[in-house]
Design a binder for this molecule. Sequence first.
Ligand SMILES: *Cc1c(COP(=O)(O)O)cnc(C)c1O
Length: 425
Amino acid sequence: MKNIDTLCVQAGYTPKNGEPRQIPIVQSTTFKYNTSEDMGKLFDLEASGYFYTRLQNPTNDYVAAKIAALEGGTAAMLTSSGQAANFFALFNICECGSHIVCSSSIYGGTFNLIAVTMAKMGIKTTFISPDATEEELDAAFNENTRAVFGETIANPALTVLDIEKFAKAAHKHGVPLIVDNTFPTPVNCRPIEWGADIVTHSTTKYMDGHGAAVGGCIVDSGKFDWMAHKEKFPGLCTPDESYHGIVYAEKFGKEGAFITKCTAQLMRDFGSIQSPQNAFILNLGLESLHVRMPKHVENGQAVAEFLSKHPMIESVSYPGLPTDKYYNLAKKYLPNGGCGVVSFTIKGGKANAEKFMKALKLAAIETHVADARTCCLNPASSTHRQLTEEQLIEAGIPSGLVRMSCGIENKEDLIEDLKQALERL
Ligand SMILES: *Cc1c(COP(=O)(O)O)cnc(C)c1O
């Protein structure tokens, strides 16, 4: 079972004789044992099994196993949100005094997490342009660097990460590359094949794909050799006194250490578990991910091409356009296309952007992206409304910028909708 289509439908859960065909929702906080000794073994990580849903639940594990198979990883875990996934992935190997090298082109929520909240924990970050040269990247590291972070396709800037270049720099400095692969999903890009060590997701977006359940996921490639860089990763390579002196990298190897530690320590202590109900909903989305992604790409491409020729449009960002700055990187990393999100700037600034969006009949105004229904957002009048005109320009967000997430409707209908709204300006 190798092809991504088959994995989307069937990976992660194989019922035995007489068992339910669909993944069972194990709606139970706790699990019963015959003896305290049996349960003690679970607490010591001597045996695998379930004891409390804050740490692990079978429904979540089926779905995590599917996503691990899709990404080509060795282990995975679900989290309550994409924010929790990125925080856990970083905090699993960082502590007070650590340093991160991070692409400056990332989701605003992740930027706040790293630049503000994690900074309060004593974790410093150097933000670097995704277009940085190898030399510039090299210069961003210091002796406390513990991870490199970037997004395959950045939300909302739509820059494409040169994964091989970032992986090379990370590995040269003995640290893993963590890639947020939310926008392309493993259907369109598998960062592990290009050298990424850890992959994260906001499953809230295309993976669920129906705007129904907030969630996140962390996948380990199983390739990073923690023990070869023992001094950098004491949490994985020295005894964990809160788990009877277990050394994760020794006991669970390269394949399992990262996710086991992340579950045993961070999920235990922070408790950002995904509910089994949401995991079930997420799995319904995953079953059709390989059917939906090509349609999102087809619609995104058609909308981007239409807009790029329209006289009321100043500029369009979409890596599938030959004129786009990231076209060549997209051809390499995203040969089947990236996603359905298109960013464009309307002539006449915020006022025209607002007028245009109000006139749309199919595309709804939402802060969400990446679901079956087309939606749009003007950052200047919503998510970034606290910024001044100058600050907006500095952030690379002109006031007339609209981020449109193309759903899986008919592309002619979407273009018709855009056309009539643009005619009103
Ligand atoms: C939405 C998003 C997140 C945050 O995910 P939530 O599920 O909303 O917490 C992280 N990364 C990217 C690229 C996103 O688009």
